[in-house]
Design a protein around this ligand. Sequence first.
Ligand code: FES
Length: 105
Amino acid sequence: MARVQVAPLADIPNEVGLRLEIGEHRIAMFRVGDGIYAIGDRCSHAEASLAEGEVLDGEVECPRHGAAFSLADGDALTLPATVAVPVYKVDVEDDVVYLTIDEES
Ligand code: FES
C-alpha cells in the first residue's frame, strides 16, 4: 500500500471530476460538498473516463453510454455497466488530500 499526496483540498473542484494517473492507476476524484471520493477512472463497460461524467446524488454517470456508478463504493448502479470499478481510500490531513493505493488493485 502506498499513501500518495494529491493536492491541497482547495484545488479539488466541486462536483467536477479530476483525473489522476498514479503509477498504473487511472483514478477519477470527485468532491461533493465535504466529501472527497476516488474511484477507478475507466468505466467497466467500455473504458470511458468517468472523470468526464456528470455527478449527481452521490453518483457519476458515464459520459459514453450513461451507466451510473456509486462514488462511495464504485458499484455499477445501472446498465450497460454490470461490474463495479475500484475504490480508493481518501483522507484529508491539514487541508491536503491523500490517496491510499493498494498495489494489488
Ligand atoms: S463506456 Fe461507460 S457505459 Fe459504456
